[in-house]
Design a protein around this ligand. Sequence first.
Ligand code: AMP
Length: 199
Amino acid sequence: MSSVTIQPFEGRSVCLFCGSSETVSPDYIQAAKDFGRQTAEAGWRLVYGGGGVGLMGASARAAHEAGGRVLGVMPGFLRSRERLFDDVETVVVTSMHERKTIMYDQSDAFVVAPGGVGTLEEAIEVLSWKRLDLHGKPVIFLNLNGFWDSLVAVLEHSIAERMSPESFRQAWSVCETVEEAIAAMQQSDSVPRLQHDLR
Ligand code: AMP
């Protein structure tokens, strides 16, 4: 692990997992902007992957422009590929694992917006940690345009086939709009912070 310094933040933070693609429908980019702005207006810090591209860049710029705190976490080898957005607090780390560890540790809730395989990997990892009782933080799918319906169906299927327990259904929630996702993360006040870290 590299040693990074992160500015203290007294409030609550949401980690946004979302796509880096630049070629998506403008509706997704607009939703990412709305999420960034509404996160700032709610007084929450946005923690994200540090890139200036796709939904990532759109959400971070909007949160910053609305006066919110933003923390970007970028592995050095992706700086140019994901066009590091350094108008906000940014830490550059050595690996994907370190990126995810910091994003995880610095957040009180996770919102999963539409994205590609990177977003999928990040969402599945925090769900698998929750399945193992490593944390109790909310995992909220921002299901724009039904984007996550098929993933949620697979998760439900794993419960129906008893590969996962019934209780696993409580590991995530699904919101259809940005406003609902912002409300869901704000309702998570009583969620316990990390109890034990065995990752
Ligand atoms: P994508 O959804 O594929 O556009 O990727 C979204 C973000 O996830 C990008 O910043 C990727 O660099 C990041 N990402 C992809 N795989 C990983 C991983 N294993 N650990 C951390 N971040 C990742």
